[in-house]
Design a protein around this ligand. Structure first.
Ligand SMILES: Nc1ncnc2c1ncn2[C@@H]1O[C@H](COP(=O)(O)OP(=O)(O)OP(=O)(O)O)[C@@H](O)[C@H]1O
Ligand SMILES: [Mg+2]
Length: 248
């Protein structure tokens, strides 16, 4: 049994206006696992993600990374847990693509040669070779999304959390991103993929977690849960996916 790398313990989040974003959520993510988190709009997926590196703070309960409360070392948590947000514009910070990807590694105070290597690797992994000098805001929606992924990859995170990463990507962009995620997973990274669209990744996941109204309402092997997802507000993927081989 692999140890949990990330753990939410009885996390409840109440927004300033009194709305409950999360209600007593317990979730333990094993190191090296590939988890898909699904749920209808407003079920709490994004607010859960924001707790994983301290961007949102639990009203009650705690979040642990390798058994240690993340509030004890937020900088380390943010290096090790890379978040790719639903809105890629929110993650574009610099005036060129290359400088944008270099932002994280520069904050780690790495040597210039190491930064350059990471930038080149991240751009290659996301299909953005040749985009180095482009202005991030001049990129297409799909390219911006890949740039946001590149910026997180350059941090060499142990856990990668992506919020609806396929939105706006064409089939090639989606296929490339899936390939990147599978490679990272094969290299031992922990992946948490948030989506309400199960078609693309479920065949590769070894766990499916379903949320409704701020609670986890189902959690288990994808092949066991797939027939019930529509009871949890998530569309069941078309038939073909059911005959695909499941990840172990
Ligand atoms: N800043 C906020 N203040 C008050 N309520 C909020 C705030 N942000 C989110 N919420 C509410 O919290 C709930 C969960 O929102 P969240 O963004 O986590 O949903 P989601 O599952 O990511 O949905 P989607 O699939 O649409 O992205 C929703 O009911 C939402 O309206
Ligand atoms: Mg969301």
């Amino acid at each position: 049994m692999r140890l949990p790398i990330l753990e939410l313990r009885s996390v409840t989040h109440v927004f300033a206006n009194g709305i409950y974003g999360l209600r007593n959520v317990n979730l333990s993510i094993a190191s090296g696992s590939f988890v898909v988190l699904a749920g209808a709009n407003g079920s709490g997926k994004t607010i859960l993600m924001r707790h994983l590196n301290g961007l949102a703070k639990a009203t009650t309960g705690s979040v642990l990374l390798d058994g240690v409360n993340i509030l004890e070392n937020l900088a380390e948590t943010r290096r090790r847990v890379g978040l790719v947000f639903q809105d890629p514009d929110s993650q574009l910070l610099r005036e060129t693509v290359a400088r944008d990807v270099a932002f994280g590694p520069e904050n780690l105070r790495l040597k210039r040669a190491e930064i350059n290597r990471r930038v080149a690797d991240a751009l290659a992994a996301t299909g953005l070779v040749g985009f180095d000098r482009r202005r991030p805001h001049s990129l297409s929606g799909g390219e911006k999304r890949r740039l946001a992924v590149a910026g997180v990859l350059a941090m060499y995170p142990d856990v990668l959390v992506l919020d609806e990463p396929f939105t706006g990507l064409d089939w090639r962009g989606s296929a490339r991103l899936i390939e990147v995620l599978l490679k990272l997973h094969a290299a031992g990274k922990t992946i948490l993929l948030i989506t309400h669209d199960l078609d693309k990744m479920l065949a590769h996941a070894n766990r499916l977690v379903l949320m409704e109204a701020g609670k986890i309402t189902a959690d288990g092997r994808p092949e066991k849960l797939i027939s019930k997802v529509e009871n949890h507000g998530v569309r069941r993927p078309p038939g073909t996916i059911l005959s695909m081989t499941w990840a172990t």
